[in-house]
Write a protein that binds this ligand. Structure first.
Ligand code: 2M8
Length: 456
């Protein structure tokens, strides 16, 4: 295991050099992944626009080029469906069909999704990703309020963001308890997390010869989901498409309430209240919704004995999945009961996540048999979840732990050439390099307030 230095032991000169090098290198990554209207997560593995990637990218871009950060979110929300959903991928028509699977001719959004309000002139996927967008829009506004006001950024964003949240609250509350359900493992963003294993095992996989994976052209098979996972992903997406992406009609063989997805919804609902007030709308309904969803999150997903939030499988009604980083993310929820926050921090610092003793925050329980330190979301540490946990630690008064995590994220981002994820014990970069949200979130973490404090 590589030693993790306490911030106090670091030499200030070294930090200044590192920070300047990091800023330059991160800006280069974001510039080379910029298409003119949005940023691809990676030129090779992910050559289109992804929903929650763009939100994280906008948060970092705001520190570099606030106008471009606004554009990033405007492009994404420009592909919003009339029912309010923000699709998880917005396809770039100039990229060849075989560059990414599943491609637009698989999703067929403008045809199959027409009755659900898919745009006629832009091809997208039909599923969604975690709603980080209002949080991102508010951060982008705060980075340069004068430019934001001049361009009417929040006034234009507010109705779209509010419609997005209404879609999740109305069409995705499949459990009827006030939380949004995910209906595909790509929706929570932690695609092949062991949390989905039991629910996915009930899904009949699509025949392997019915599709061709493009991801293995760019990344090692040992770092990626398996072929069997892909067979099931394809089946679930095809079933949703064949029911017109209509939540009321679709069978939803996979439906779970995920703590990370819902925590991001709540944090974004708080941001939406700020945006509403700034845009001349009423913030009260958003504050009310945030409070209700916080109560539902604690009531339905908090497991006091496990000291973490657990996903709930709506098919069986059971809590599933054990200790995933998704269960720590509710630390970002403002107004989380203090006892819950303390317990979450203790879990993060315990043997399952090893906070401060391994690199960043492992995506899954280090002590579990399902843990695999190289394979995507089954163990490796990612920079977006580290950024979220960092924010949660600061919010709940754990500044030393937050500072140590921040320093490590900055070191790891630069050392690995902005890897997609890292092996938690060795810190070795895995997946692809020059990954956009790694670069963007490093830029955000580098930012200091005029008083020299790390930004919140
Ligand atoms: C990964 O997911 C995509 C499917 O959406 C894939 O594996 O092809 C996940 O890490 C997801 O969280 C991320 O948004 C996406 C693009 O970076 O890649």
């Amino acid at each position: 295991m590589t030693a993790v230095l306490e911030p106090a032991l670091r030499s200030p000169g070294r930090e200044v050099d590192r920070d300047a090098a990091l800023r330059r290198a991160a800006a280069r990554v974001l510039l080379s992944n910029w298409t003119g209207a949005a940023t691809v997560p990676s030129r090779t593995l992910y050559p289109h626009q992804w929903s929650w990637d763009s939100a994280f990218i906008a948060i970092g871009l705001a520190r570099l080029a606030p106008r471009r950060a606004q554009r990033e979110l405007e492009t994404l929300l420009g592909a919003q469906w009339r029912d309010g959903r923000v699709p998880h991928i917005v396809f770039n028509p100039s990229v060849p069909l075989d560059a990414y699977f599943p491609s637009p001719d698989f999703w067929r959004s403008s045809g199959a999704g027409a009755a659900s309000g898919a745009p006629a002139d832009i091809e997208t996927s039909g599923i969604v990703q975690p709603p980080v967008h209002a949080l991102a829009a508010w951060q982008v506004h705060l980075a340069d309020p004068a430019e934001s006001r001049r361009r009417g950024f929040l006034r234009r964003m507010y109705p779209r963001l509010a419609a997005w949240h209404r879609y999740l609250a109305a069409s995705r509350d499949l459990g009827g308890g006030g939380l949004a359900a995910v209906v595909h493992p790509w929706e929570p963003g932690l695609d092949n997390s062991p949390v989905w294993d039991a629910a996915l095992a009930r899904v009949e996989p699509a025949a392997p010869e019915s599709f061709r994976r493009a991801d293995l052209d760019h990344s090692s098979a040992a770092d990626r989901p398996t072929d069997l996972d892909y067979g099931r992903y394809v089946r679930l997406a095809a079933d949703y498409r064949d029911h017109g992406y209509d939540d009321a009609r679709a069978p939803h063989a996979f439906a779970l309430e995920d703590p990370c997805f819902n925590a991001l919804f709540i944090a974004s609902e708080h941001a939406l209240a700020e945006i509403a007030a700034a845009a001349g709308a009423d913030p009260a309904p958003h504050r009310r919704k945030a409070a209700e969803a916080t109560a539902a999150l604690v009531e339905r997903l908090w497991d006091p004995a496990a000291g973490i939030f657990l996903a709930r499988d709506l098919t069986t009604g059971e809590a599933v999945g054990g200790h995933s980083v998704a269960g720590l993310v509710p630390l970002i929820v403002p107004g989380l009961p203090e006892a819950v926050a303390r317990s979450l921090i203790a879990t993060a610092q315990g043997e399952r996540f090893g906070l401060g003793r391994v690199h960043l925050v492992p995506s899954y329980d280090l002590t579990a048999p399902e843990y695999d330190g190289n394979r995507y979301w089954r163990g490796p540490s990612w920079f977006n979840t580290a950024w979220l946990v960092h924010r949660g630690l600061r919010q709940h008064g754990a500044a030393p732990a937050a500072d140590a995590l921040r320093e490590q994220a900055l070191d790891d981002a630069l050392r690995t050439g902005f890897a997609e994820y890292v092996e938690p014990h060795s810190g070795q970069g895995r997946g692809i390099r020059r990954f956009s949200w790694t670069a963007a979130l490093a830029l955000d973490l580098l930012h200091r307030t005029p008083q020299g404090e790390p930004a919140r």
